[in-house]
Structures are given as structure tokens and as C-alpha cells.
Design a protein around this ligand. Structure first.
Ligand SMILES: C[S@@+](CC[C@H](N)C(=O)[O-])C[C@H]1O[C@@H](n2cnc3c(N)ncnc32)[C@H](O)[C@@H]1O
Length: 246
């Protein structure tokens, strides 16, 4: 088939949890896709699919779903093998002229699994991304607190960074979001205390989902690992920051 008749591969952001936080474009493209692809665990459960359930209820007749079972391992070789295999399946669909939508929790290009398929397919196929509301933006909305104002600096880091990197971010930036907080929670709590930023910090789990949790006093958090879908938002305490001097 000539390249121009091949299908398009769409990375579609479905937001962090609330099924109403999909864009109109995401809903339209999900409903119209020939194939809908998403990551799933070994029980077939998929966060992205659950979030997109209302859009999928509008899907055209004959749409096929392809769950990609991703091994729960920190060994990147296993993940890479799964992405290789998935890319081959998606390639075959695109070569038949099918439109393939990959559902991605949050935004597809912000710590998004779409990126790993994109790098395998973008040289040979048309690939497009539809932005989604990231967990960072959803966290600020859940807190109803500004992330940044005026000249404040802002960093996004991960619980997978080492202590020095997290400490530096907390010392150097006014606002910091620490993603992937789960396993790193005890280390992050110690670093917040050490850098004097306990009062600036908020902790959120499962934003936009039925089991959403917000802890505004991080001293109340158990000193143990939390779930994967968790993050810390650190901003200058409202009392001292927003006088226009930063
Ligand atoms: C692989 S990254 C995916 C980020 C996603 N693409 C986004 O735009 O937010 C996974 C991390 O995002 C954060 N995250 C994603 N969804 C979340 C949610 N609903 N509640 C809390 N944290 C979330 C957590 O820190 C989690 O460890």
C-alpha cells in the first residue's frame, strides 16, 4: 500500500482520571478509530481504558481493542520487548490503512508510554498526538492552588531521582512537582523536612478517581511507600510568596 494510504497512529491523552477531562478531539478520535490500543496489567485492567470508558461507549461498530500487557518490572529490556511486539502489531494495522488510537493516561508526551511506540513508528507512518490534561495540572486544580505566579521558578522531578537531585530542586525552585512518588515517599518526606519545605508541600493520590486522596499536612503521611499514582506539589506558602517580589 502507498504510504499515503496507510493509517495514522494517534497518541491520545485521556487525562489523569476524571472521564470528563478528555478533550473533544480525543473523544472524536477514540470513537472513530479502527483500533484502540492501551497498556494493561496481567489481569487485563487498564487505567487509560477506564478513564476513556465514556468515549469508548460512543465507538463506531467493528472497532477492535488491543490491550498491551506490560510486565511490572524495572527491567527495561522486558518493557522494550513488549513495545517492540506492540509496534509490530500496530504497524500491520497501519499498513492495512487502519486508524490506530493509543490511549495514554494524562498527556501522551509527558512521561507518556506513547513516546516508546512513537519512536518505533514515526519514521514510517503518520503519527499525531492529542494533548491530555497531565497529573500536574490536575493536581493544581484538585488543590485549587496556583502552581506558579510572577517570577517563580518551577521544576518537575521524579521520585526516581537521587537525594541530591531532589534536594537541589527543593532548594533552588519556588515550585516543584515530584512525580512517581510511590516507592520514594519516605525519602521525599525526609528531604522536605530537611529543606524546610514541609509547610509548602501537598500530597495527592489517584487524582480524579473514586479513591482520590489529598493530604495537605505531609507530616500526617505514614513514613512508608505509597501507590504509584501519587505525587507531591510544593509551592511557596501563600502567606509569603505572592507579593510580587519573585
Ligand atoms: C508514567 S507517569 C505518567 C504521567 C502522565 N502521562 C501525565 O501526563 O500526568 C506516572 C506518574 O504520573 C503521576 N500520576 C499520573 N496520574 C496520576 C493520578 N491520577 N494521581 C496522582 N498521580 C498521578 C504519578 O506520579 C505517576 O507515578
Amino acid at each position: 500500500m502507498p504510504a499515503e494510504q496507510a493509517g495514522t497512529f494517534y497518541g491520545i491523552g485521556v487525562g489523569p482520571g476524571d472521564p470528563e477531562l478528555l478533550t473533544l478531539k480525543a473523544v472524536r478520535l477514540i470513537a472513530a478509530a479502527d483500533w484502540v490500543v492501551y497498556l494493561a496489567n496481567d489481569q487485563g485492567q487498564s487505567q487509560a481504558r477506564t478513564i476513556a470508558r465514556e468515549a469508548l461507549a460512543l465507538s463506531k461498530a467493528g472497532q477492535q481493542e488491543l490491550p498491551l500487557v506490560m510486565p511490572m518490572s524495572t527491567d527495561r529490556r522486558l518493557a522494550n520487548a513488549a513495545y517492540d511486539q506492540a509496534a509490530e502489531q500496530i504497524q500491520q494495522a497501519l499498513e492495512q490503512g487502519l486508524q490506530v488510537a493509543f490511549l495514554c493516561e494524562g498527556d501522551p508526551l509527558f512521561f507518556g508510554s506513547f513516546s516508546y511506540l512513537l519512536e518505533r513508528l514515526q519514521d514510517d507512518f503518520s503519527c499525531l498526538a492529542v494533548p491530555g490534561i497531565s497529573s500536574v495540572n490536575a493536581a493544581a486544580s484538585a488543590l485549587v492552588e496556583p502552581l506558579t505566579l510572577l517570577k517563580e521558578s518551577f521544576a518537575v522531578i521524579s521520585g526516581r531521582h537521587n537525594d541530591e537531585q531532589i534536594r537541589n530542586a527543593l532548594q533552588q525552585h519556588d515550585s516543584v512537582v515530584i512525580m512517581k512518588a510511590g516507592q520514594a515517599r519516605p525519602r521525599i518526606l525526609a528531604l522536605l523536612a530537611e529543606t524546610g519545605r514541609n509547610d509548602d508541600a501537598r500530597y495527592l493520590e489517584y487524582i480524579g478517581r473514586d479513591n482520590q486522596r489529598i493530604e495537605t499536612d505531609v507530616r500526617q503521611l505514614a513514613d512508608e511507600a505509597g501507590p504509584y499514582f501519587s505525587l507531591f506539589v510544593v509551592t511557596r506558602a501563600l502567606a509569603d510568596n505572592r507579593r510580587g517580589t519573585r
